[in-house]
Design a binder for this molecule. Structure first.
Ligand SMILES: C[S@@+](CC[C@H](N)C(=O)[O-])C[C@H]1O[C@@H](n2cnc3c(N)ncnc32)[C@H](O)[C@@H]1O
Length: 397
């Protein structure tokens, strides 16, 4: 073994031991064969509070992932370096290393510091590193959807979408502690559409959090469902499926832990919320879209100042609908927050209703909330809206 290869091995094993290891990428296989990996990525992941190494092998267009303990991971990386792959890029919290192995086995090791006064490009690199899905590391669904090039660089024209996806993934990360800690997490994405965010949810749980998932994306449009299932097949994913159907008719196979409904039209959001509450879903994330129900019930002269201006009337109706939804979720036993969501380009609706099931209900608060909501509806002279009707029908209020 050359001294550079030996040094590389020591650097990798020490960084894994002291926790400074960030990633290693092995490319340029020594022997090219179609059924062998063309690239292997290794990164630390936390699994049930323990640090493990996630090894991702890319074979053709598919990727397979394996979480292994640190000692085994270090031994594998030792085998990958030089013996199986000529190029190794390896990063710690302090430096980036590149090792290149010639055909004769000579290893050249170079180092680039990432601490000290950062240059402009280093600053942007560090900023990128804070993304849960980083720029510069090929993420299969972003490559498949054209947001990233095959080598993991985000295409300039898709940068805004890339940032939005990352922001969304942060919302998912923030609720992860309220989901079961063991076993697979069951997720339904209602009105998934083209499913960038469904794939982002899958990526977060599988590759960032190192958790097993079973995801169902539901949409009434066959064309989008077919397209999403093609991506699933191309990426070789067996824990995500897309089905055609209406939210109001969907019946899950088992317990659902996380229900997502992003920009589903009008009262489809209420169908998603009522279904998720009825199943006792742990966490619900909903971004409502184009509410018309309350607006259609408001008496013409019911809102004097607002009704003189169509846009104000519409915005008031949307906000009042979301306030009622949030209140009903509270009444049904969910800790609820309404937060600013990301501005996706196809819609200006950017309020996220985040509801986390309470472990034990606070009856006093629940009764108080319901009375407040009923008084609000009386003020507006509107009948119970769809979500309330459904929850009453299911005996959940
Ligand atoms: C604006 S897209 C949003 C897609 C995705 N959730 C996102 O936020 O990027 C809304 C999707 O919801 C679907 N949808 C609306 N109402 C639905 C219903 N009642 N049942 C199933 N899908 C529905 C539409 O077909 C459409 O694909």
């Amino acid at each position: 073994m050359s001294s550079a290869t030996e040094k590389l091995y020591l650097l990798i094993s020490e960084s894994v031991r002291d926790g400074s290891f960030r990633k290693a990428v092995f490319s340029k296989p020594v022997e090219k064969c179609s059924d062998g990996p063309s690239r292997i990525d290794v990164r630390p992941v936390s699994v049930k509070g323990r640090v493990q190494l996630q090894v991702t092998r890319r074979i053709g267009a598919q990727e397979c992932h394996e979480n292994i303990d640190a000692k085994e991971g270090v031994a594998l990386m030792h085998r990958f370096s030089g013996l199986m792959f000529r190029d190794v890029h390896f990063g710690t919290s302090a430096a980036e290393w590149t090792a290149r192995h010639s055909r004769k086995g000579k290893c050249t090791l170079t180092k680039r510091e990432t601490t000290g006064t950062p240059s402009e490009s280093d600053t942007s690199h560090n900023r990128n590193r804070q993304y849960l899905i980083p720029d510069g590391e090929a993420c299969p669904f972003l490559v498949a959807t054209g947001i990233m090039s095959a080598d993991g660089r985000v295409r300039a024209k898709h940068y805004a979408k890339f940032r939005q996806i990352n922001r969304y993934v942060e919302f998912i990360r923030d609720v992860a502690d309220h989901l079961p800690r063991d076993g697979a997490i069951d997720i339904v994405d209602f009105g998934c559409g083209k499913s960038y965010l469904t794939f982002a949810t899958h990526h977060f749980f599988r590759h960032v959090a190192g958790r097993d998932v079973r995801i169902t994306g539901l949409d009434r449009r066959r064309d989008v469902v077919d397209t999403c299932n093609t991506v699933v097949r191309d990426l070789g994913l067996d824990d995500i499926q897309f089905c055609v159907g209406d939210i109001a008719d969907f019946k899950p196979v088992g317990q659902v832990h996380l229900a997502i409904s992003l920009h589903a039209c009008d009262t489809a959001t209420d169908d998603a919320l009522s279904a998720a509450i009825a199943w006792g879903t742990d966490v619900i994330l909903a971004v409502p879209c184009c509410q018309h129900e309350l607006s259609s019930h408001l008496p013409k002269d019911g809102l004097p100042l607002f009704s003189d201006h169509g846009i104000l009337h519409e915005k008031f109706s949307s906000l009042a609908t979301d306030a009622i939804r949030a209140n009903l979720l509270e009444c049904a036993g969910y800790e609820t927050r309404v937060m600013e969501f990301i501005d996706m380009e196809h819609t200006a609706k950017n309020l996220l209703i985040r509801a986390i099931r309470r472990i034990s209900g606070d009856t006093a608060t629940t009764v108080g909330s319901r009375e407040q909501m009923q008084a609000f509806c009386r003020q507006l002279s509107i009948p119970p809206l769809r979500l309330q009707q459904k929850l009453e029908e299911y005996g959940l209020l």
